[in-house]
Design a protein around this ligand. Structure first.
Ligand SMILES: [Zn+2]
Length: 457
């Protein structure tokens, strides 16, 4: 079997950062420690570099058809950008076509990924039709390795919304099948009412997108979900949490023993709603919207004290032409920001470098926790012997400027421009194979494998 050694890096493992060597055998990590007596056919020096587990992004939208457009990140372009961002596993959402069985969500993504994916991938089915015969399929999806199912409490007009009493039925099914419900928690009624009133008044600029979806709309929906989770005793996961009160609600619920987790996304940690007042404010239209500085500070606090369990990207890469549909009508702009590549570097630079979170916490937030909560550990998310050899070599001192020219995402625009970053990804290994070396992509298309996930209880 092929042996590779990564020598003398600062290895982040089990809450420690220690100067160690890592031995890779085939696709797995075989040993971590002082391996000076060991020989290997390939050796890399990681002197002065951090050695991190490959990042896991459990919130991406590839080939996503939404608001009259489609994401330009498919399984090739999306996973290439992922790889350059140190992401070695992605989990993608697959919206159910209402007339089709739920299992089709999985079959569809297998076709999309075949021959294209560069890194490993999994699927979260999205229920859009909660008919009884559909819910009967939930155990099958769990068995096929897709135990985390998402529902939207918004986007009624897009055909995505699931009603409250159906959420309860879905939670009950998932609980008995060993699954988890992910929820996009925003109150549809509040938002529809606000939107039509703002538009009637001619208030259609990007900032009014945020005004139409105030923190209260998100908080109200989160409260409903927590209540349902308490009653059904199901496990739920609030995606893209953006409000201070939301962080409090999650903290209180978890203290009471309710089985609820939450993530926030990298854009809520870096941008605030003032971006929407820029001339090109449509770049930052996403849902929930960007919030105020005071909300943002509470998100960082929630990351530190573990009320928030992970940071994802909610990568949704629509073309500039598509975003421009909303230039004069905020409600016509496809909601989403391409971000799959930026998370590790930005979280390191803004979080670890600036003293907001520790290096170990960063690794928990982007690797260990997503793998654990979404049923991929011990295979993913850690440098422990026996895990897949998904490894990032990271120079913690190198400075660079983040912008479209220095990134590899496929959209013809970027929300992340002229950002000074400290810390740069040097090499990325996926299952023992060097797939990114500086600016070079070494991976073959289609090498990424489907990850069959199973939640731990
Ligand atoms: Zn999303």
């Amino acid at each position: 079997m092929n042996k590779t050694l990564i020598r003398g890096g600062d290895v982040v493992l089990d809450g420690d950062v220690l100067k160690q060597d890592i031995l890779i055998q085939g696709e797995k990590i075989a040993a971590v420690g002082d391996l000076s007596g060991v020989q290997a056919s390939k050796e890399y020096s990681a002197q002065g570099l951090l050695v991190l587990p490959g990042a896991v992004d459990t919130h991406v939208h590839f080939n996503d058809e939404f608001m009259d457009t489609k994401s330009v990140h498919d399984y090739e372009t999306g996973t290439v950008a992922a790889a350059f961002g140190g992401v070695t596993t992605v989990v993608d959402f697959s919206n159910q076509i209402p007339e089709k069985p739920l299992i089709h969500t999985l079959e569809k993504k297998k076709k999309e990924a075949e021959g294209r994916a560069i890194v490993d991938w999994g699927v979260h089915p999205v229920i859009t039709n909660a008919a009884s015969e559909i819910l009967k399929e939930i155990p099958l999806l769990v068995e096929k390795g897709a135990p985390t199912i998402k529902c939207y409490m918004v986007y009624r007009e897009e055909g995505l919304m699931v009603k409250e009493h159906d959420l309860r039925r879905i939670m009950e099914q998932l609980k008995s099948a060993g699954g988890m419900l992910m929820v996009h928690a925003e109150d549809n009624d509040i938002i529809e009412k606000n939107s039509s009133s703002l538009i009637k008044q001619g208030l259609t600029e990007p900032i009014y997108h945020a005004k139409s979806r105030p923190p209260e709309a998100e908080n109200k929906a989160i409260e409903k979900c927590i209540h349902l989770a308490e009653q059904t005793q199901a496990r739920i996961f609030i995606v893209h949490l953006s409000t201070a009160k939301g962080v409090r609600l999650i903290g209180q619920a978890r203290k009471k023993g309710i089985n609820v987790y939450a993530e926030t996304c990298i854009h809520y940690l870096y941008f605030t709603e003032s971006q929407l007042k820029h001339r090109d404010g449509i770049k930052w239209i996403c849902s929930p919207p960007l919030r105020s500085k005071s909300n943002q500070e509470k998100l960082w606090e929630g990351l530190r004290d573990k009320r928030i369990s992970l940071v994802t990207t909610d990568d949704a890469a629509y073309s500039w032409a598509a975003k421009m549909m909303g230039a004069h009508r905020f409600d016509k702009c496809p909601n989403g920001i391409p971000g799959i590549e930026v998370r590790l570097s930005l979280l390191y630079s803004e979080g670890v470098q600036k003293g907001r979170i520790s290096l170990n916490r960063m690794v928990e937030l982007i690797s260990t926790q997503p793998a654990e909560i979404f049923g991929m550990s011990p295979q993913k998310g850690s440098l422990s012997p026996g895990a897949d050899a998904d490894i990032v070599l990271f120079d913690p001192k190198k400075k660079w400027t983040m912008g479209r020219d220095s990134l590899h995402m496929a959209a013809d625009w970027s929300a992340y421009e002229d950002i000074d970053i400290t810390g740069k990804i040097e090499k990325v290994f996926s299952r023992g194979e060097l797939i990114v070396d500086g600016e070079r992509l070494l991976a073959q298309k289609g090498r990424g494998k489907y990850i069959k996930r199973k939640l731990k209880w």
